[in-house]
Design a protein around this ligand. Structure first.
Ligand code: SAM
Length: 272
């Protein structure tokens, strides 16, 4: 990946789309496989309830979640705003309904058209705050009564490393014995700094959320971070009920755990 984020963009969705259209990034997502422990925990609980029902997989990427969801139901639609991701996913799962579609246009779909909606691996964190609030309301709108929404989002209580951190330098690699690895790490370090120098101007701290230019795709992404407590408020404001937060090890979190959970991202399950 070269030159990501070097020209001005108007909003973080457009900036992040550059990364999610990049050939190397798309190819990596095309190889991603397996569910994360909290996804396994949540989806295995929902499996029998949603068997054969209508599933929407938002931000499907290279299709990591597709085989698990089509196992629950063939009545499945995967969407992504990156046409390159959709192409990659189609080549992996021919015959599956996969479409290029921006989640910010979800209101075009009718009320109650899906029973289970997934927005996995923090995909919701790559849109602006105002869009996120609208998307949460729209997801609720497209869900049937009692339908479930599962997603994950970056945790504001977690720390992020700066692109300039010496952690990224190949300090433990001997350049005489491992020249290739040393050079590779050095290239990644300079690429991270170059991307961060341009993209960190999009960082923002608000009362209830933060936009951070984190390590994702060598600092080419701008990512939304939120405290669990504030995410729960957003979900309640959008009209969701029975909202639960799940830690990265698959453990259900209680409200008393919210403030001291430092996991980099948190999974959420809620109902219309
Ligand atoms: C971190 S990747 C996760 C991909 C896949 N779900 C996985 O778990 O491997 C986030 C995905 O969300 C997609 N995405 C981001 N913003 C989107 C939007 N506004 N509409 C649809 N998809 C979006 C990106 O293109 C990317 O494929």
């Amino acid at each position: 990946m070269h030159n990501l984020g070097l020209e001005p963009v108007t909003d973080i969705s457009s900036l992040n789309l550059r990364a999610y259209s990049n050939a190397r990034v798309v190819s990596e997502y095309g190889k991603a496989a397996g569910l994360q422990p909290p996804e396994m925990e949540i989806l295995s609980r929902l499996q029998s309830e949603f068997s054969g029902r209508r599933i929407l997989d938002i931000g499907v990427g290279g299709g990591r979640t597709t085989p698990f969801l089509i196992e629950i139901s063939r009545n499945y639609l995967g969407i992504d705003y990156s046409p390159e991701m959709i192409e990659q996913c189609r080549s992996r799962y021919p015959g599956v309904d996969l479409r290029t579609f921006d989640v910010r246009d979800l209101s075009q779909l009718g009320e109650g058209t899906f029973d289970l909606v997934l927005f996995s691996y923090n995909g919701i964190d790559y849109i602006e705050h105002e869009d996120r609030i609208r998307v949460l309301a729209d997801v609720r709108h497209v869900l049937s009564a009692g339908g479930a929404f599962v997603f994950s989002s970056h945790n504001r209580a977690a720390s992020v490393r700066s692109a300039w951190s010496p952690d990224h330098l190949p300090l433990r690699t001997n350049p005489f014995r491992e020249l290739r690895s040393f050079a590779h790490q050095l290239v990644r370090y300079t690429r991270g700094i170059r991307n961060a120098s341009v993209n960190r101007r999009h960082e923002r701290q608000a009362e209830t959320y933060e936009l951070r230019n984190d390590e994702g795709e060598h600092y080419s992404l701008v990512t939304y971070y939120i405290h669990i407590e504030h995410q729960m408020c957003q979900l309640a404001d959008a009209g969701f009920r029975d909202c639960r937060a799940v830690a990265l090890d698959g453990r259900l979190l209680e409200p008393r755990d919210y403030a001291n959970t430092r996991d980099p991202w948190i999974h959420y399950l809620c109902r219309r």
